[in-house]
Design a protein around this ligand. Structure first.
Ligand code: GCV
Length: 810
């Protein structure tokens, strides 16, 4: 034993609940950890492990021994220890030696001791009986990374939790406290690498001027066993070097990358490696010189090899200028077409990072067929924690149930059982490397992702990357217990909300595998069905008056289905077997086609949108049952998001149903689509100052129109007379919150002011559309016949206080 330390338990101090501590709150600990901490080594990770256990302790009994297996063996030769621990794998054991109670927190290596410490704390915090613990756990794969798409100017591409914790004004931020806290969160779920800059990389990241700043990030990561990696721009030898080429086979280019890599390792000896997005969405790549992706990857991999670094090459390569008129073109084919022919040509320390689906992080996609084709190439699976296409953290969408479907999907490579998680981790084909990468994009918001409930996705990503066999529900329960406490009601309600949320989100957005149906040309947020069509981006859905869906069959379509191994290809090619949830991803079908469910496609669309939007109305009501059981701040913040989501789910429902009703001409058998009882369109109200505007796309506003206040008097009104029966009603108003100003609104009935508010939400749009549409409900209003309902709007800056409708629900 090098030395022993005794930590006093930290007094539990009442702290404000901002969400910053995420699941590491250390508030609820029914079982105590022992107090005496015997630390057997002095590495950064073992020091961090010992401190973390001290930080988590509540009351005191016995001793915790923190060290590697070797150190424990030397100190306690009589203890029987496991012999099958893999790198980073850990062992937790409560035992008695010579009458003394010991709790062993150990691993074959220092980072593993840290994972052991966090696992031990997790058992305490979730209420497990730690005094019976005897647990061995090995990670499923060696690469368990997150990517951050942070730009050096401090913005984050597809980030919804505030500005970068790493960068600002083209420099690393002075205060890296949040970066260190982030590394601690990552380590607590076993994540061991973080790429800190956007894959759309700014070449400045590699300059000799900038690298010393990056060193500071690596330093705050180091105690947590999180290795830093950088995204690189392939043209760097030309843009920041003095070369006139970036041809991967040119000896000067090879030399440039080697010298740059040497420089990095002199500064950051534990540097993890590079991530490269090349020849994709306008990024420079090997195609400029007629070279292959493998040649590009190997150039960097070879430079990293002497240091044990790895190169991750993004498999997200496609032509975003594809001709939509050619029915054989298909973006879904791109990853496989680009990389399958190169299988076996990548260096041993290179990996291809494959997005889970063949398009781009949609709410539902089939598994990418490339995953089954990389039999002689290392790969990582790319999942997206930041909810780019799944509600941008404004909508609750717990992604672990979707990820589980992907991870467990059996691709049947060679006709044998080959689940995705085993393919990507390298188990199936005994690859030296493999793993999981999550695009996280946390930001400076106190609660990291902009939403407390969205943090379940970051947590779940880490837990699944370590152990893909965990169920989405057990992960959710574990997360809730640590995040909100172990009260049974809290655990049950929050777990259920999380577990239902993905299907609900899918239900009111894109059905039957069509993709999310969001605006793919701009924010990827609100509905805009036709934005998918008639452009080069290739997210086509091929909708017309008769039918919808991409024909990707081998028989008559793009042949995409033929990229799967035969068993899976058969499943998707055959309409009898193709699952409903993906049928329009694989086939073009008439709206009248009858699904396995017995419903026609068109009726399924109406039904699923009405059912899911109704389910979303229940979310805030279910959350309200937790009042008093959760701290006020997080209770209110979550409620606010769920109420917004309930309204936006109706915006989605109406947009999708209206569009399909018009396109197909087939009415909703239940009579709902296109009929909005109690709704008065703003354009048909009595208007003072307001002018009528067409909304684009038309389906994003009721009746395709809204009214905007562009009056020089700076105050407009829209009113109508209520002709219903007297009594209590709920009133919903649909207004727009545009970026560039905070308009003010007031709604009144007669001389009763019902609500007065400012549109303070910041959506990334200056247009009236489904991104900026907000539906607000004012419950329990007493109305009399002939009451005049008046909305008053006061514009501010670029926000014209626009409204779409008012709906009175009796
Ligand atoms: C970082 C999608 C996103 C882009 C992202 C790209 C990628 O197209 O919309 O923002 O770029 O994927 O994964 O490289």
């Amino acid at each position: 034993m090098k030395y022993a330390m005794v930590f006093a338990a930290l007094a539990s101090i009442a702290r404000a609940e901002t969400g910053q501590e995420a699941w590491l709150r250390y508030r609820h600990q029914p079982n105590a950890l022992p107090s005496v901490i015997v630390k057997l080594d002095d590495t950064p990770e073992i020091n961090a492990a010992a401190k973390e256990i001290a930080r988590a302790s509540a009351s005191l009994r016995g001793s915790v021994v923190v060290g590697t297996l070797d150190q424990i063996k030397r100190r306690f030769p009589e203890v029987v220890l496991p012999t099958d621990l893999q790198p980073n794998g850990y062992y937790l054991r409560s035992t008695a030696i010579k009458g003394q109670h010991l709790f062993l927190v150990t691993s074959a290596d220092s980072p593993g001791v840290l994972y052991a410490a966090f696992a031990c704390i997790r058992h305490v915090a979730t209420g497990d009986d730690t005094f019976r613990l005897n647990e061995t756990s090995n990670p499923a794969a060696s690469v368990r990374w997150v990517n951050q798409w942070d730009n050096l100017d401090g913005s984050i591409e597809r980030g919804y939790g505030g500005r970068s914790i790493f960068f600002e004004n083209n420099n690393v931020v002075a205060d890296l406290t949040r970066a260190g806290e982030y590394a601690r969160l990552l380590a607590s779920v076993g994540i061991n690498g973080c790429t800190v800059n956007n894959v759309n990389a700014n070449p400045r990241a590699l300059t000799s001027e900038f690298l010393p700043q990056i060193v500071r990030i690596a330093e705050v990561f180091r105690p947590w066993g999180v290795k830093l990696s950088l995204s690189v721009d392939f043209a760097s030898p030309k843009t920041i070097g003095s070369l006139d080429t970036f041809d991967p086979l040119d000896p000067r280019v090879i030399q440039w990358w080697q010298a740059k890599t040497d420089e990095i390792y002199r500064l950051i000896p534990d540097f993890a490696g590079f991530v490269l997005k090349a020849d994709s969405e306008g990024r420079a790549g090997p195609a400029s010189y007629g070279r292959t992706h493998a040649q590009a990857a190997n150039l960097l991999a070879n430079a990293l090899k002497p240091y044990g670094g790895i190169l991750i090459y993004r498999g997200f390569v496609y032509d975003h200028h594809a001709d939509w008129r050619n029915l054989k073109n298909d973006r879904a084919r791109a990853a496989y077409d680009n990389f399958q022919p190169l299988n076996g040509q990548f260096a041993g320390n290179a990996l291809v990072q494959v997005k889970y689906g063949p398009i781009d992080f949609q709410a539902r996609e089939p598994v990418s067929p490339l995953i089954g084709a990389l039999t002689k190439t290392n790969q990582t699976l790319e999942l997206q924690i930041t909810q780019e296409y799944t509600g941008q953290q404004r909508h609750l969408c717990y992604l672990a149930p979707m990820w589980k479907q992907i991870l467990d999907f059996d691709l049947r490579v060679g006709g044998a059982r080959t689940p995705v998680n085993e393919l990507v981790s390298g188990k199936t084909f005994q690859r030296p490397l493999g793993g999981f990468v999550g695009v996280a994009n946390v930001g400076r918001d106190a609660n990291w992702l902009g939403s407390d409930l969205a943090m379940a996705n970051l947590y779940a990503f880490g837990r699944l990357a370590w152990q893909p066999s965990l169920s989405a529900e057990e992960i959710a329960r574990e997360w809730v217990r640590q995040t909100f406490g172990t009260d049974k009601r809290v655990v049950d309600i929050v777990t259920k909300l999380e577990m239902e949320s993905w299907r609900v989100y899918e239900g009111y957005t894109g059905p039957l595998g069509l993709g999310t149906l969001t605006d793919i040309l701009r924010g990827h947020y609100g509905p805009n069905i036709e934005s998918a069509e008639r452009n080069g981006w290739g997210q086509w859905i091929r909708a017309d008056h008769e039918g919808i869906g991409m024909d990707r069959t081998v028989a008559t379509g793009t042949g995409f289905i033929g990229q799967y191994p035969p068993d899976v290809a058969h499943l998707y090619e055959s309409l009898q077997e193709c699952p409903d949830e993906l049928v329009l991803f694989m086939h073009h079908l008439p709206y009248t086609y009858v699904l396995h469910s017995g419903k026609t496609i068109i009726q399924h669309i109406y039904d699923s949108h009405y059912a899911a939007a109704e389910a979303a109305q229940q979310f805030p009501l279910r959350w309200r049952a937790l009042e008093g059981l959760i701290d006020e701040d997080r209770f209110a913040a979550v409620l606010n998001r769920l109420e917004y989501q309930a309204g936006h789910a109706i915006v989605w429902r109406d947009a999708i149903c209206n569009w399909f009703l018009r396109e197909s001409g087939i009415p909703d058998a239940a009579g709902r689509a296109g009929r909005f009882p109690g709704r008065t369109e703003a354009e048909s109200m009595r208007l003072t100052g307001y002018t009528v505007k067409d909304v684009t796309p038309w389906e994003d506003a009721s009746g395709g129109k809204a009214v905007a206040c562009e009056s020089p008097q700076q105050k407009c009104t829209a009113s109508f007379t209520f002709h219903g029966a007297p009594g209590r009603v709920n009133i919903a108003i649909l207004y727009f919150g545009l970026n560039g100003g905070e308009a003010h609104f007031q709604i009144s009935a007669g001389d009763q002011v019902l609500k007065s508010w400012t549109a303070a939400e910041h959506f990334a749009t200056k247009s009236l559309n489904g991104d900026s549409a907000i539906r607000l409900t004012i419950p329990n209003v007493r109305l009399q016949p002939n009451d005049v309902i008046t909305v008053e709007g006061v514009p501010a800056g670029d926000d014209p206080a626009a409204i779409d409708y008012v709906e009175v629900k009796q």
